[in-house]
Design a protein around this ligand. Structure first.
Ligand SMILES: Cc1cc2nc3c(=O)[nH]c(=O)nc-3n(C[C@H](O)[C@H](O)[C@H](O)COP(=O)(O)OP(=O)(O)OC[C@H]3O[C@@H](n4cnc5c(N)ncnc54)[C@H](O)[C@@H]3O)c2cc1C
Length: 485
């Protein structure tokens, strides 16, 4: 019987980062990807009408994406990120836009001077935030269990945050950073990401200067193949082979592939569908069909002229809002400078747009761009591409954090990876790569090699770091934000 050393199911960021980390340790890895191309939810392709490379939807990086950036460094592409170090974000509020910029103050105060200029917020709204800001700095993984049981909206109301501040900031933050409305979001998921975003000095965003997939898919394939492994596309795994341990996989075409270790790097529902019936009823596997998808609709619009807009801007939450985040790709992509504007945007948790035709979505999206960049109202859209994505990330609804499984599964021979596994971070590219590195650690540990590959979150900077250390000291846990749980 031929036996592979390691089979990785799924050629997205989690699967490829795991396979690269194992190839780096000299292992021969076989990656199996069901789709014709690699990259999964962080993939890109040449758009048919324009030949421009577009992503599944625009993605954002930030300066604390240490696992993702280490992965790109290993592949030689980390320089292909367009960073925006000065301005964090422009919020297209009325009567004037609000630029969030870091002032030379310690974390978490550096953005406060900008936030104090927000139109429509008053002194009592800012004061109402103080207890939550403190809770955010004190937040540690040891609190996740308790906070995961309540919604973020209930939590903020309990903490005394004003309705005005909830509508101005928190409903927007919940949609853009957790991809789920505030009333459905786990308080643990939202507070964790709030702590991460406010705890670091000068945290800033970056965007792929090339297509997302161009950052890592071919490079990872070469890396894995150079170490003697294989990367196979259009190969779908039908089920896991179970005999006291997971012995490998059964492919859709009936072929059996035996492996010393099998890594699942697919989303939870797809893993559930692959489980042998005896496993599907056991914890934690019995929960894997309970993760609710957050759907997206991503819009790419090619205009006939320069809209003289910003590289990256966002709209505030409103119940009627379609798109939240907008990216001028001509200010992001290498070689696109000077072209008529191409805007990419995301309709997050897109249920409200599902009944709309592509033409209706384009019309509404142009109107939303024109609220910030008035030239869009006169401009012509020469081409539009609308991507409907049924599962962008699993929704971090109440109870989500407790369902996330660790990399080591209870069944020998099976290791789990993917943005949805227990990474102590939101479901993001950074989370996916961290899960890939953590899964590689688990594979190596099964072989007797004990290494740390995944990079934990840094201790917070400035006052945020001091408050977190004091809170951790009181609770008797180490001060790093993710050291428990
Ligand atoms: C539109 C959009 C915008 C986003 N924006 C951001 C952002 O701004 N910042 C950010 O950090 N993250 C963002 N994300 C999230 C990020 O893309 C994901 O968290 C990450 O790509 C998940 O990677 P993964 O490897 O865990 O899963 P996936 O990318 O889903 O990879 C799983 C792979 O497994 C394959 N597969 C499934 N079933 C099988 C099977 N039976 N056999 C073989 N292969 C199989 C799939 O085809 C897929 O390629 C966004 C996602 C989307 C869709």
């Amino acid at each position: 019987m031929n036996q592979e050393q390691v089979v990785v199911i799924g050629g997205g960021l989690a699967g490829l980062s795991c396979a690269v980390a194992l190839a780096d340790r000299g292992l021969k890895v076989t990656v199996l990807e069901a789709a014709p191309g690699l990259g999964g939810r962080a993939s890109s392709w040449a758009e048919a009408a324009t030949s421009d490379v577009v992503d599944i939807g625009p993605h954002i990086f930030h300066s604390e994406y240490h696992n993702m950036l280490t992965f790109l460094e290993r592949l030689g592409t980390s320089r292909l990120i367009t960073w925006q170090p000065g301005k964090v974000l422009t919020i297209a509020s009325q009567p004037q836009a609000l630029a969030l910029e870091h002032a030379p103050l310690p974390a978490p105060m550096s953005l406060m001077p900008s936030i104090f200029k927000a139109p429509g917020l008053h002194l009592e709204d800012y004061l109402s935030m103080a207890p939550t800001a403190l809770r955010g700095m004190e937040f540690g993984e040891e609190e996740v269990e308790q906070l995961d049981a309540i919604s973020a909206l209930d939590f903020l109301r309990q903490e005394g945050v004003s309705d005005n501040m909830i509508d101005w900031w928190w409903r927007f933050a919940a949609m853009v950073v957790t991809n789920v409305p505030l009333e459905r979001c786990s308080a643990a998921s939202l507070l964790r990401v709030h702590a991460q975003l406010s705890g670091y000095k000068d945290l800033h965003f970056g965007f792929g200067a090339v297509g997302l997939g161009e950052l890592y898919t071919d490079q990872a394939t070469k890396f894995i193949e150079d170490a003697g492994g294989r990367v196979l596309t259009s190969v779908k795994v039908a089920s896991l082979l179970l005999d006291r341990r997971i012995d490998g996989v059964l492919l859709d075409d009936g072929t059996k592939l035996f492996a010393e270790t099998t890594v699942s790097a697919v989303p939870p529902q797809q893993l559930f569908d692959m489980l042998p019936p005896s496993l599907a009823t056991q914890a934690p596997f019995d929960q894997f069909d309970q993760f609710e998808p957050s759907p997206y609709i991503s819009c790419y619009l090619w205009f006939d002229r320069d809209l003289e807009t910003e590289r990256f801007f966002a709209h505030k939450w409103s119940p009627r809002r379609l798109n939240y985040d907008f990216y001028d790709l001509c200010q992001i992509r290498h070689g696109w400078e000077g072209r008529p504007t191409v805007i990419a945007s995301n309709i997050i948790y897109s249920h409200r747009a599902h009944g709309m035709t592509d033409e209706e979505i384009v019309r509404e999206t142009v109107a939303e761009i024109a609220e910030f960049a008035p030239l869009a109202a006169q401009a012509k859209v020469v081409h539009a591409d609308i991507h409907r994505i049924p599962m962008a990330i699993p929704c971090p609804t109440v109870g989500f954090e407790r369902k996330r499984p660790p990399a080591r599964s209870p069944v020998p021979g099976l290791v789990l990876a993917g943005d949805w596994t227990r990474t102590h971070m939101p479901c993001t590219m950074e989370g996916a790569v961290k899960s890939g590195f953590t899964a590689a650690e688990a594979v190596l540990a099964e072989r007797g090699e004990h290494l740390q590959l995944a990079i934990p979150a840094r201790t917070y900077d400035g006052i945020a770091g001091m408050v977190r250390s004091a809170a951790a000291g009181k609770r008797g846990v180490p001060p790093a934000p993710e050291s428990q749980g």
